[in-house]
Design a protein around this ligand. Structure first.
Ligand SMILES: Cc1cc2nc3c(=O)[nH]c(=O)nc-3n(C[C@H](O)[C@H](O)[C@H](O)COP(=O)(O)OP(=O)(O)OC[C@H]3O[C@@H](n4cnc5c(N)ncnc54)[C@H](O)[C@@H]3O)c2cc1C
Length: 475
């Protein structure tokens, strides 16, 4: 046992190791990654905090069931490639999950080190990121031996985390996979939504390349529902199954007066322009996205934080997030809120936008706000915001980003025969198997659940892959 490892009977005395980050003042003006990752010593120290529980509860918090104590044990023993392959047995996208998973509410929330008041939980996500980055930069070319092709083939609609995870799980069992992606880049929200400073595009590309090396075929600029339909994939292309992972890419609006003024963006449009049109390489690349001097963002989730921080990096002088509840109810990851505050994003809490004011040329110049207070909890469990009559305010601004949520992409559900959808347009699918109302059609991720998280989409992809394999008679 090394000096760094805890004596099994004693609680760990070593504090959770902080991950080095770019200085907030500097990073607020560049698109380089904020979190810099562990160096080897920090990773070893952090790994030594894992108690190697016999009945590990952390794994219950992981929707793809990564063997967490096993991979951490391999880190402790110095076998980092072994640790990486241990993770990849269950998670085909560990460099991504290690960066954007809400670990604090998943695996780490169940870690015994944190749960029993013994200290902060083991930094499982940071270790996953460290191991996966190590494996990517020390690639020894070795790949797990794949079984002989079964001759079965599956079509996947959408290359987000749900589709990519399913593709990885099937190809490792000898099932041929073709992923059809509407956009020119693969990765779904991972490339068009989540900004470079949180998840570099090169990392998504390297994870996709891993799948390509295993034999997954990708077709970009391929809009299913227009070029060909899900029914075509089954009947003309003779796929044995189709998985729909087309996500929730349709932006929602507040439907308040002035939302169609110039200078008002949906977060999707703003982030897609900034991310896919290379504003993240600013100033080397020019983009047609308005930089904005005073920017207001509506919403309190990850999408709102990303929009606000992207606006800052594009050169805004002042960025304000307007949210109806308080800091305690913000749905964004704690780390992202913390980073936004450090970078200078302002928060106008307990305020709800009622109108966007325009000038004579049709450009937005201000937002009218209604002050709120918190009432009883609503169906989401969060306290409902209630208007305080007569208490209003106004913020001057030139750019407004609406980041209040996304709905289902309608094209695939509406162009597929007899596919059951719910009142929000999401596909009705069994959450444990991904099966839909159509034989040989499975679905998962945001198109089923509505906008959720990367790891839940990955979990859905994995469950659907297992169900498909079961249907195909492959164990
Ligand atoms: C800005 C932003 C930040 C986020 N931050 C986080 C975070 O920090 N942590 C986290 O866990 N989650 C985060 N999320 C949520 C997370 O990204 C999503 O829950 C997840 O990506 C859903 O995965 P998916 O595979 O279901 O769909 P998506 O990632 O949406 O991928 C769907 C893909 O299908 C393609 N597609 C759609 N229609 C068609 C068609 N007709 N034909 C072919 N292809 C089609 C789309 O182009 C897209 O590439 C964030 C979301 C956004 C928007």
């Amino acid at each position: 046992m090394s000096d760094l490892e805890p004596k099994p009977t004693k609680k760990p005395k070593i504090p959770r190791q902080k991950m080095p980050e770019q200085d907030p003042i500097q990073r607020a003006h560049n698109f380089y990654e904020v979190a810099l990752g562990y160096e080897n010593d920090l990773a070893l120290l952090e790994a030594s905090r894992c108690l190697q529980c016999k009945k590990p509860s952390c794994m219950k918090g992981c929707p793809v069931e990564v063997d967490i104590p096993d991979f951490i044990q391999l880190v402790k023993s110095g076998d980092l490639m072994g640790a990486a392959w241990k993770i990849k047995e269950k998670n085909s996208l560990p460099r991504i999950a290690g960066r954007v998973c809400p670990q604090e509410s998943q695996c780490e929330s169940k870690c015994v080190v944190g749960a029993k008041g013994k200290g902060e939980p083991c930094a499982i996500g940071r270790l996953e990121r460290y191991v996966a980055d190590y494996a990517a930069t020390h690639d020894d070319g070795k790949r797990p031996e794949l079984p002989k092709p079964t001759g079965l083939k599956v079509g996947v609609v959408g290359s987000g985390p749900a589709g990519l995870t399913l593709a990885g799980a099937l190809i490792k069992k000898g099932v041929g996979v073709t992923v059809f992606e509407a956009l020119h880049e693969l990765g779904g929200v991972l490339v068009y939504g989540i900004p470079e400073f949180r998840l570099p595009k090169a990392i998504v590309r390297s994870e996709v390349d891993e799948l390509r090396k295993l034999g997954v075929e990708f077709k970009t600029n391929w809009v299913i529902g227009r070029i060909e339909t899900v029914d075509d994939l089954l009947e003309k292309r003779k796929y044995d199954g189709v998985f729909i992972g087309s996500g929730a890419g349709a932006p929602l609006f507040l439907k308040i007066p002035g939302e169609n003024l110039n200078g008002v963006y949906s977060a999707n449009e703003f982030l897609t322009r900034a991310n896919l049109m290379k504003a993240y390489m600013f100033p080397q690349a020019d983009t047609p996205v308005a930089k904005g001097r005073r920017v207001v963002v509506f919403g309190g989730g990850n999408v709102a934080m990303d929009s606000a921080r992207t606006a800052l990096r594009l050169g805004a002088e002042e960025v304000t997030i307007v949210y109806r509840r308080t800091m305690d109810e913000l749905p964004a990851r704690t780390e992202e809120v913390h980073h936004a505050i450090e970078e200078g994003v302002k928060f106008q809490l307990l305020n709800s936008p009622t109108e966007i004011v325009g000038n004579d040329s049709g450009w937005a110049i201000a937002v009218n706000l209604q002050k709120m207070q918190l009432g009883e909890p609503d169906a989401s469990g969060r306290r409902r915001p209630v208007a305080i009559p007569g208490d209003t305010a106004q913020i001057e601004c030139d750019t407004i980003i609406v980041a209040i949520g996304n709905g289902a992409n309608p094209l695939v559900p509406t162009s597929t025969k007899n596919l059951e959808t719910n009142k929000w347009g999401n596909i009705v699918a069994d959450l444990e198997t991904g099966t839909t109302s159509r034989d040989r059609v499975w679905a998962g991720g945001d198109i089923v659940t509505g906008a959720a998280t990367v790891i839940l989409a990955m979990g859905a992809g994995r469950k659907a892959a297992l169900a498909m394999l079961n249907t195909f008679g492959i164990s």
